[in-house]
Design a protein around this ligand. Structure first.
Ligand code: ADP
Ligand code: MG
Length: 344
């Protein structure tokens, strides 16, 4: 056996490609990261154009803050972020992103052109990357904001490409990503197109209910019951529960947000179902749109690479408050705990 070391530190490019395995599983996950970056940049209008189910092309255009030339380059470095700087900041994250991993991960597995300009700069910057390698940086006239044009996702990861589903399925996942972002941000205009078909066109300035009704359809909108609940200063829940008559055979009418972040959380889902259980047969599923808002220290958002899961500090309180609020709005028979015995 030879002396010396068998362990080596991976190149940054390879490390990014590995990270991409967790962060970018399919076109919709890349789209999610790009839309979240646009929201974090304060965009008021976000347009996404897809081709080939998103695998061939995803272009996201925003009118947000834009980046300086230096930042446009730094954005592709691993763990480079403008959103946190210290341990304390990590405890108090209020932006959707904070890991500084999305752009380098996406860039490692695609061909990407980022064009950006801050309103205060006379000229913009365009950065081209291919498979994580910088190809070109040029000065360029551009509207204020940022455009990310991502092509040939997974061109250098054939294994990943093989796992992509049909174009229709990938498009549906992309629609879901924008739907979730749009529900949490009725103040932002969104458009999603695939080829020449427009899947979503949402104008800004609607109230939250109007936005939800537009996304789920008028008929559903008419049967959403507004719910709210709170636990002192600790947290607040709001949103809508679908009338039981509105039930579906699948779970695709369900939307959960924690501090504005779309999440999939089994605890919250279970809390909602436990309120519906006397109303729905087992094979039927309710519609619901639920926003849980709590102080940042009450929830850990850094438990999942794509930030789709969270961990609550006081999970059982959250669970009970959600269940009670949904129960109340459905007009369910009172739970045993609140039953009073009335003697004749
Ligand atoms: P994170 O969002 O976790 O900070 P990203 O890799 O997604 O990491 O982005 C890195 C940085 O690039 C962000 O912190 C932000 O400063 C900048 N950035 C990315 N996208 C945009 C955008 N659309 N507009 C303005 N700045 C952006
Ligand atoms: Mg990000």
């Amino acid at each position: 056996m030879s002396a010396g070391s068998a362990i080596r530190v991976l190149s940054e490019n390879l490390a990014n490609k590995i990270a991409a395995g967790e962060v970018v599983q399919r076109p919709a996950s890349a789209l999610k990261e790009l839309v979240e970056n646009s929201l974090d940049a304060g965009a008021r209008r976000i347009c996404a154009d897809l081709e080939g189910g998103g695998a061939r092309r995803i272009r996201v255009l925003d009118d947000g803050a834009g980046m300086s030339r230096d930042d446009a380059l730094l954005a592709f470095e691993r763990h480079a972020t403008s959103k946190i700087a210290s341990d304390e900041d990590l405890e108090g994250v209020t932006t959707l992103g904070f890991r500084g991993e999305a752009l380098p991960s996406i860039a490692a597995v695609s061909k990407i052109t980022l064009t950006t300009r801050r309103a205060e700069d006379g000229v913009g910057t365009q950065v081209c990357m291919e498979g994580g390698r910088l190809q070109r940086v040029i000065e360029m006239g551009a509207p204020a904001g940022t455009e990310v044009d991502l092509r040939s996702l997974f061109f250098n990861v054939p294994a990943r490409r093989k796992f992509l589903k049909t174009r229709q399925t990938e498009i549906a996942r992309c629609v879901e990503v924008v739907t979730r972002a749009a529900m949490a941000h009725p103040e932002v205009a969104f458009r999603l197109r695939h080829g020449d078909r427009t899947h979503l066109e949402l104008r800004a300035g609607m109230d939250a209910r109007g936005r939800v009704a537009e996304l789920l359809g008028k008929e559903v909108g008419l049967h959403l019951l507004a719910l709210s609940g709170e636990n002192g200063e600790e947290f607040r829940i709001s949103g809508w529960a679908g009338a039981p008559t509105l039930s579906r055979s699948g779970r695709d009418g369900q939307f959960l947000f924690v501090n504005g972040r779309p999440v999939r959380d089994r605890l919250l889902v279970h809390a909602v179902y436990s309120a519906y259980h006397t109303f729905l047969p087992r094979d039927r599923h309710p519609y619901f749109v639920l926003f849980v808002d709590l102080p940042v220290e009450g929830v850990d958002v850094n438990v999942h690479p794509a930030k789709e899961e969270v961990r609550f500090r006081r999970a059982s309180t959250v669970y009970n408050t959600v269940r009670e609020a949904v129960t109340r709005v459905l007009g369910a028979p009172p739970t045993p705990r609140t039953l009073r015995v009335v003697r004749p």
